[in-house]
Design a protein around this ligand. Sequence first.
Ligand code: CTP
Ligand code: MG
Length: 234
Amino acid sequence: FPVSVVLPAAGSGERMGLATPKQFCSVLGRPLLYYTLQAFLNVPWVREVIVVVSQDWLQETSDILQSFSPTTRSKVRVVSGAATRHRSIWNGLKAVGSSTDVVVLHDAVRPLVEEDFLKRIVLAAKEQGAAGAVRPLISTVVSPTKDGSMLDHTLDRSQYQASEMPQAFRYPAIMEAYHNCSEHDLDFGTECLHLVQKYAGISAKLLLGPSSLWKVTLRKDLYAIEGVLKEEHC
Ligand code: CTP
Ligand code: MG
């Protein structure tokens, strides 16, 4: 069945604190986005990859695509991003081929994609309507008082999980969710699994993913990802 991938890559990487958005930061001589694209383009059953980038980075993105063979890069489509991650994803979803059965969402800043796990997520979404990767929480989560200065209560870490990527959805279900959600959701929401639950009535299957799914967010993550990619490419 046809599988499409949407890669949101239109953020500015504020928490990284560099002038260059993290997805375009150079790692082992190539922009980080190159590795994420490569991971998906290596999967034979992925039909198309839609990359969502901001206007300012269109040229850099087409340069990255030049490093793939013409046949390989013909699977990629580039669309413009927007002010929030949800709005960027929505732009990407609208560009997906209409015969697509399952669409995978994956952050451009998580280059370590494993095909076996991807397949499990896609099959779970095909069956259940939605599926997402989760990981055990590393930190204990506390809930502060309203002004943020005092401990109100501590959550039981064993009862919660961190939501990671990839996530996958039946294409009509995720389109229904985005069609029906509010402007507030598009501006402030953080979780697509929540949108499909609230607006398409689908509870997602959760799959425990490998630790390599972590997201490059802070400066230290760039060093860490470089270390892992170095091992993989040697
Ligand atoms: N993203 C996007 N469009 C936005 C914001 C984010 O496509 N308006 C993408 C990012 O490029 C990234 C993914 O969503 O690939 C995950 O978001 P995040 O890690 O928050 O990236 P940034 O928003 O760029 O980083 P920060 O929140 O630190 O500014
Ligand atoms: Mg962000």
